[in-house]
Design a protein around this ligand. Structure first.
Ligand code: ATP
Length: 278
């Protein structure tokens, strides 16, 4: 869209970011915002960029995505390395194509090194081209931890073990590509032992692996939050913190949808509306 004098109108260069630790509700919020503001989503979770492990990496399902186009989701070969530089190049390309369609780019995901590289890499070029709005979906750590632990149990029911098995082999390298995902290296010992162990031993090893996945996911939430707190100290990172605590307390219970609307969706919508119309 152009102004009468040929300069891009301000709406043409606006990018919304949805940050937050794993399990905070970023993907759900991004989809709600994209639905309301005619947006498209660019995934910034460094494991969800890979094809495969849909359960373990917690990718949005087709049903959850509600018809909203998602970019950089499941598109990279599982063995490839997709660096912050690769992400920046592909994300800028997606942002420009979304803006070119007159729609709103919404970057959502937990990989803060990807976000920082995109926004602050290359001598400030990104900030000179685009106006950024940062939403941060937050909740107290104990709430996040109990939610992500329960989510690991649900992943186990939905096929975590079989997904991890599909990537297992005797010389698997857990330092590259999608095998770095939490949920894959932790299962290695189980796959090596299961053929020779009796049923009781197998169950014990599996339980220990699931506990380790929960502990590593909780560690990830702490590290991601530390990185977001660091952003808050940097110039140009004016984060709008959305306190999702009340929603977390209602998750899985009556009143969940109302709490979501009240403390997450409605305040976020208002902030984005001001940004897009300002
Ligand atoms: P780092 O520089 O430590 O990689 P980052 O901000 O770039 O941090 P994070 O998203 O915090 O990236 O991911 C750190 C690690 O957490 C990944 O290397 C991976 O092991 C794990 N991880 C991240 N996202 C997922 C996911 N969706 N599923 C499983 N594991 C994940």
């Amino acid at each position: 869209m152009e102004t009468p004098c040929g300069l891009p109108s301000r709406k043409d260069n606006k990018v919304v970011f949805v940050l937050g630790a794993t399990g905070s509700g970023k993907s759900k919020l991004a989809i709600a915002l994209a639905t309301q503001f005619d947006g498209e989503i660019i995934n910034s979770d460094k494991m969800q960029v890979y094809g495969g492990l849909d359960v373990i990496t917690n990718k949005v399902t087709k049903e959850e995505s509600a018809g909203i186009p998602h970019h950089l989701l499941g598109v990279v070969h599982p063995d490839a390395d997709f660096t912050a530089l690769d992400f920046r190049r592909e994300a800028v390309h997606a942002i420009d194509s979304i803006l070119g369609r007159g729609r709103v780019p919404i970057v959502a995901g937990g990989s803060n090194s990807y976000i920082e590289g995109l926004v602050d890499g290359e001598g400030g070029e990104f900030r000179s081209r685009y106006q950024c709005l940062f939403l941060w979906v937050d909740a107290a750590l104990p709430l996040l931890h109990s939610f992500v632990s329960a989510r690991v149990d649900r992943m186990a029911e939905k096929g975590l073990v079989e997904e991890a098995r599909s990537l297992f082999h005797a010389n698997a390298d857990y330092s590259r590509g999608i095998r770095r995902s939490i949920g894959v290296p932790e299962m290695d010992h189980y796959f090596r032992m299961e053929a020779s162990a009796d049923e009781e031993t197998r169950a014990r090893i599996l339980e220990a692996a699931v506990d380790e996945i929960k502990a590593n996911t909780c560690k990830l939430t702490c590290i991601q939050l530390q990185k977001i707190h660091r952003f808050c100290t940097l110039p140009g990172w004016d984060l709008h913190r959305i306190d999702a605590g009340e929603f977390f307390l209602k998750r899985g219970q009556e009143g969940e949808a109302e709490a979501w609307e009240k403390v997450v969706e409605s305040p976020s919508t208002e902030i984005v509306r001001r940004f897009l119309t300002g």
